[in-house]
Design a protein around this ligand. Structure first.
Ligand SMILES: Cc1cc2nc3c(=O)[nH]c(=O)nc-3n(C[C@H](O)[C@H](O)[C@H](O)COP(=O)(O)OP(=O)(O)OC[C@H]3O[C@@H](n4cnc5c(N)ncnc54)[C@H](O)[C@@H]3O)c2cc1C
Length: 411
């Protein structure tokens, strides 16, 4: 039986690995189609930008992770899927399948706000990490040459749109990088020239976290002199200017969009109805209704949480649990055995707030401050694939603890 997996991210790569481990001596063959030949660990992208982790260490080569006799990796982009013909169209030819697993993830959603896609940086890929890191250092080099303080301020105003975990971690991470490292070495830059603005459309940050943790996190952010603008909706964006619906105008050379995602546009080729986030509906077995051989996992799937009746959020823990479940289901189906529907078990929510602070809620427990941060790092360390990667990560963190973060502009 030939199983084709589209996407080598959390859902796709881990599913392929589980299938490699569990189906070694069966007739199950796996073809993984992935745009990249690596798995990117997205939860640590911000640590890569600010130099707490070497950027190279954010990725794991898929070929080493999936070194099993029944797995073939093809580095290619999938163009479309024809469910009737059971074919996947790729840049390098047509691939047929017996079972198909779609896990192409998501992309940034600018919600059609004028100018947003043209003038905002985004944070989804390894290239985004490299660009943002270089851009921060380029701005500091430029500002260091600028004698006019007003101009220096515009060059060094960071505007982050969206205060979910990614926006919050980015704002606090950039704050630490600036004040703990860069401020020391850029001697012509006045400390007041740096401004970090975090814009959120709703009345609070970190949607989904408990109220008291949210309040504590907001206080921490404000204490860092990050300009937190709640209830502020972006109306339009022009080069170096953000316009809010309340009439406010923010002059800022660096605008980063972390306000939302939508599922990969590849799903449009399925000809199935998609929800407002572009996701395709799946049933309790994570299959497209009416297509018993086609699964959709991770950010691309609109899977309903049996407990809450709401769609599962786009999170790594959802993708990983779904990957494990589908590996089991495929094996059971090959043996003609039944399996109960998929059930998501929320393990927790975690968000770093910089300066060795975080908020975490794990099962019934709530933590904030240093211990929350310690748990945050430990949990993700265990999620990281492979001993070699874990050792490199620990080394990077230890290095960043004792020495200054790197400030080399590699361009
Ligand atoms: C900055 C950031 C921080 C995050 N932090 C957390 C966190 O702390 N905790 C958490 O739970 N979640 C976090 N997430 C979310 C989490 O990373 C995603 O929910 C998870 O990666 C989804 O897994 P996935 O397999 O569906 O998609 P992805 O992991 O994004 O993988 C999709 C893969 O498909 C490939 N692909 C896409 N289109 C095609 C195509 N046409 N052809 C071939 N290949 C294709 C992509 O290159 C990618 O490799 C974060 C995300 C970001 C961006």
């Amino acid at each position: 039986m030939k199983i084709v997996i589209v996407g080598g991210g959390f859902a796709g790569a881990f599913l392929a690995r589980y299938l490699g481990q569990r189906t070694k001596n069966t007739n199950i063959d796996v073809v993984l189609l992935s745009k990249t030949n690596y798995l990117l660990f997205q939860p640590f992208m911000i640590e890569g930008i600010i130099g707490d982790i070497e950027i190279r260490h954010l990725v794991t080569p898929l070929r080493t992770m999936l070194d099993f006799p029944n797995i073939e990796l093809r580095r290619t982009k999938v163009e479309s899927v024809n469910l009737d013909a059971r074919e996947v169209e790729t840049y390098s030819g047509t691939v047929t399948y017996d079972k198909l697993v779609l896990a192409p993830g998501s992309e940034t959603n600018f919600f059609g706000i004028p100018g947003a896609s043209d003038f905002c940086h985004q944070l989804k890929t390894l290239n985004d990490v490299l660009d943002l890191r270089a851009m921060i250092l380029e701005r500091f080099e430029l500002a260091d040459l600028e004698k006019d303080l007003a101009k220096q301020r515009q060059i060094l105003t960071f505007t982050i749109i969206g205060a979910g975990p990614t926006g919050v971690e980015l704002a606090t991470g950039v704050h630490d990088y600036v004040y703990e490292t860069l401020a020391r070495y850029y001697k012509n830059i006045h400390p007041d020239s740096v401004r970090i603005i975090l814009i959120e459309a709703t009345s609070h940050i970190l949607a989904g976290f408990d109220k008291d943790l949210v309040q504590w996190a907001e206080e921490k952010i404000v204490s860092k002199k990050i300009d937190l603008k709640l209830n502020s909706t972006v109306e339009k964006i022009e080069q170096s200017t953000v316009y809010l619906k309340n009439g406010e105008k923010i002059e800022s050379d660096i605008i980063i969009w972390t306000a939302g995602i939508r599922a990969s546009r590849l799903l449009r080729s399925l000809g199935k109805p998609l929800d407002r986030m572009g996701r395709v509906e799946v049933n309790e077995w994570l299959k497209i209704p009416g297509h018993p051989d086609v699964f959709v996992l991770g950010d691309a799937a609109r899977a309903i949480d049996a407990k809450t009746g709401k769609p599962l959020p786009p999170e790594a823990q959802v993708a990983l649990q779904q990957a494990k479940y589908v590996a089991k289901l495929i094996k059971k189906e090959a043996e003609n055995k039944p399996l109960k529907p998929f059930k998501f078990v929320r393990l927790g929510r975690l968000a770093s707030l910089g300066s060795r602070n975080a908020v975490t809620q794990i099962l019934f427990f709530r933590f904030r401050g240093f211990w929350a941060w310690f748990i945050w790092r430990t949990v993700y360390l265990f999620r990281f694939r492979g001993i070699r990667n874990k050792v490199r990560l620990i080394f990077d963190w230890t290095f960043a603890f004792f020495f200054d973060r790197d400030i080399t502009l590699m361009r």
